[in-house]
Design a binder for this molecule. Structure first.
Ligand SMILES: Cc1ncc(C[n+]2csc(CCOP(=O)(O)OP(=O)(O)O)c2C)c(N)n1
Ligand SMILES: [Mg+2]
Length: 673
């Protein structure tokens, strides 16, 4: 394709966009991996967005009232990294660009929110970013209603590809945005008609324009390489009372031999083709070289919002100190000071009254206490409000006519709900929780995993957590869901036994800053097992001795949730036969694992036989083969993963995570003593 016309029509724009394209080619060439085509295709759109519309100050990337930019098509990470470097983000330096995808670099294969400022969310799993963005836009609405336009008034921009729009979750997100008239949400669709396997029509013939319109969106169609059209569309989008989708017709890998083909999707590393593309751009600079005048122009874009930001600081200083404190506290995920006292009072009351509530009901009773105090909670349910017991009277319903509402009817959209809740947490100022049946964690799971990876404290209220739900049958009875939740790194899985433990679990979930929580709650009523009030939060230790053996301790029963009462019954029977039995309640395995060894040994001393009781599969598939069928045939060790991975070449990752022949030899020798 002859780019001369494009170059000569808008030379200044062209050069700025060419800097993105050149950096993308260079970084992917150096890493010998990555996705070149998308940044090359969307460079014009991104340049106009950053130059003319996005409200941000590169020197203050965490400014709460910045516009949020979300790269939903996360494989095109070099687009975001180029923009951050060029505009002067303090984290993404040229060194980082040169180390794209290498061990320890902030420029991971896909954008990771926790690595660098300016990365609003982790994307890569297609469809997540656009769905997070719905939560960002909702959070902005809630915050604006609460603090006023002078403090909160920003847009959420998304770049989404064909893949994002093909993923089912995108329909959940689009439906929500349309219903809630999220007019400050603007999606830029990279309409390049290419995915990995070929052209889009090999798998899809959806009329995206009609689809968005049908869901309540404004749609604008433009040439994604025409700066004037891009600018006009963004201006129009900002003044709409509906969310807007801008369909940007683009050429993947613009100017490269692979343009408009699926070859352009991946890593374009051939040096001759790379040079030819740069020639077509009129870019005759060395690798990673951005000439001073071009960099200056980009840096000017980066500081364009500085004055705005300073004015915002002044306006913020004018709101009451109480409101300023509340705003900052919620942004920092600090629980209010009053929370623990209120939880303690509730615990005392229920350990005296000893109600026989289902823990979903216990959870509602806790929320009645919590929601008036933790004013940043936004609750909801995926059409199971009465079953999940997630709504309290003081919340109000979030709707276009009531942006102060703190309860969201998510509809039957578990995945969209979970992803949008993540977006709210990432936006800041909101502590989201939402419910469905435990069994449907499957439907929400991709976003639950990302909450854990992203280190955000989203709370998933999962009720009807076992066969104890009864008549709805096996389709609704979770069996493997605790196991998969527990197998996910950085996730608290709480299975409280009664109202006291439920209150303790909520206190931990609402105080967490970097860890999501799954609350696994029963449909069926349970007796109160914590009948003696303790001010201390025992759930915070993960497991504790609920009932001590009366005679000589021969057995330890370890149970969670609804099965703790069964353990207590079994203990009574065993004691009657002279078998001293301790009952350990284990509401959160992850927190127990974090206790020091001395405490763990105190709770689970050697010597006694141990029986676990939980109405779910025994997790840890390896245990049976390592420890033997009876669990004690061999001394066993394991070489594997216990955390999320990282972005770097594979051999370096095996080394870093200790999955090597050397580590295996050391483990064997250690076991042999
Ligand atoms: C949920 C999910 N499925 C599959 C992938 C693997 N994948 C990465 S990009 C891509 C194709 C995306 O096509 P498109 O969004 O049009 O991107 P383009 O090729 O235009 O850059 C696929 C299948 C993924 N990242 N996430
Ligand atoms: Mg595409």
């Amino acid at each position: 394709m002859d780019l001369t016309a494009l170059r000569t029509a808008n030379p200044e724009h062209w050069t700025k966009a060419a800097a993105i394209r050149a950096l993308t080619l260079d970084a992917i060439h150096a890493a010998n991996s990555g996705h070149s085509g998308m940044p090359m295709g969307m460079a014009d759109v991104a340049t106009v967005l950053y130059e003319k519309h996005l409200k941000f100050d590169a020197s203050a990337p965490n400014w709460p009232d910045r516009d949020r930019f979300i790269l939903s098509a996360g494989h095109g990470s070099m687009l975001l990294y180029s923009l951050l470097y060029l505009t002067g983000n303090p984290d993404i330096t040229l060194e980082q660009i040169k180390n794209f995808r290498q061990m320890g670099a902030l420029t991971a294969g896909h954008p990771e929110n926790f690595l660098a400022s300016g990365i609003e969310t982790t994307t890569g799993p297609l469809g997540q970013g656009i769905s997070n963005a719905v939560g960002f836009a909702m959070a902005e609405e809630v915050q604006r209603a609460r603090y006023g336009k002078k403090v909160v008034d920003h847009y959420t921009y998304v770049i989404a590809g064909d893949g994002c729009l093909m993923e089912g979750v995108s329909q959940e997100a689009i439906g929500l945005a349309g219903r809630h008239e999220l007019s400050k949400l603007i999606v830029l669709w990279d309409n390049n008609n290419i995915t990995i396997d070929g052209t889009v029509d090999i798998a899809d013939r959806t009329d995206q324009v009609a689809r968005f319109k049908a869901s309540g969106w404004q749609v604008i169609e433009i040439d994604g390489h025409n700066p004037a059209e891009i600018d006009a569309a963004l201006t129009k989008a900002k003044s709409s009372n509906k969310p807007t989708m801008i369909a940007c017709k683009t050429h993947i890998a613009l100017g490269h031999a692979a343009q408009d083909t699926s070859k352009g999707h991946g890593a374009l590393t051939d040096p001759d083709q790379l040079k030819a593309a740069k020639d077509a751009y009129g870019w005759d600079h060395g690798a990673f070289e951005v000439p001073a005048d071009v960099l200056d122009a980009w840096r000017a874009i980066g500081s364009r919002g500085s004055a705005d930001r300073v004015e915002w600081e002044e306006r913020f200083a004018q709101i009451s100190e109480r409101k300023q404190g509340e705003f900052r506290r919620a942004y920092a995920f600090e629980a209010p000071k009053k929370l623990s006292g209120a939880i303690r009072a509730l615990k005392k009351q229920v350990s005296e009254e000893q109600p026989k509530w289902a823990t979903r009901k216990s959870s509602e009773e806790v929320l009645k206490v919590v929601n008036p105090i933790v004013t940043e909670t936004v609750g909801g349910s995926a059409d199971l409000t009465g079953s999940n017991n997630t709504k309290t009277d003081d919340m109000g319903i979030f709707l276009p006519e009531n942006r102060k509402g703190r309860y969201i009817h998510w509809g039957i959209r578990e995945h969209g709900m979970a992803a949008a809740m993540n977006g709210m947490a990432l936006h800041g100022g909101i502590r989201p929780y939402g419910g469905t049946f435990m069994c449907f964690t499957d439907y929400a799971r991709p976003a639950m995993r990302l909450a854990a990876l992203m280190k955000i404290p989203t709370v998933f209220v999962m009720t009807h957590d076992s066969i104890g739900l009864g008549e709805d049958g096996p389709t609704h009875q979770p069996v493997e869901h605790l196991a998969i939740s527990r197998a996910t790194p950085n996730t608290y899985v709480f299975r409280p036994a009664d109202t006291v433990e439920t209150a303790e679990a909520w206190e931990i979930a609402l105080s967490a800053k970097e860890t999501p929580s799954v609350l696994s709650l029963t449909r069926q009523g349970l007796p109160t097992v914590r009948t003696q009030h303790k001010t201390k939060n025992l759930t915070a230790q993960g497991a504790y001795v609920l009932a001590e053996a009366e005679g000589k301790r021969q057995a330890i029963l370890i149970a969670t949730g609804s099965e703790v009462a069964i353990a207590m019954e079994a203990k009574a029977k065993l004691e009657a036969e002279g078998i001293g039995t301790r009952v350990v309640s284990m509401p959160c395995m992850e927190l127990f694992a974090q206790q020091d060894e001395a405490y763990r040994k105190r709770v689970l001393p050697a010597g006694a036989v141990r029986v676990g009781i939980e109405a779910a599969v025994r997790d840890g598939g390896w245990d049976r083969w390592l420890l033997g069928e009876r669990g004690r045939e061999a001394k066993a060790g394991f070489v594997g993963m216990s955390s999320f991975g990282a972005s770097a070449p594979a051999d370096e990752l095996y080394e870093k995570f200790g999955i090597t022949a050397e580590a295996t030899v050391a483990k064997v020798k250690d076991l042999l003593g």
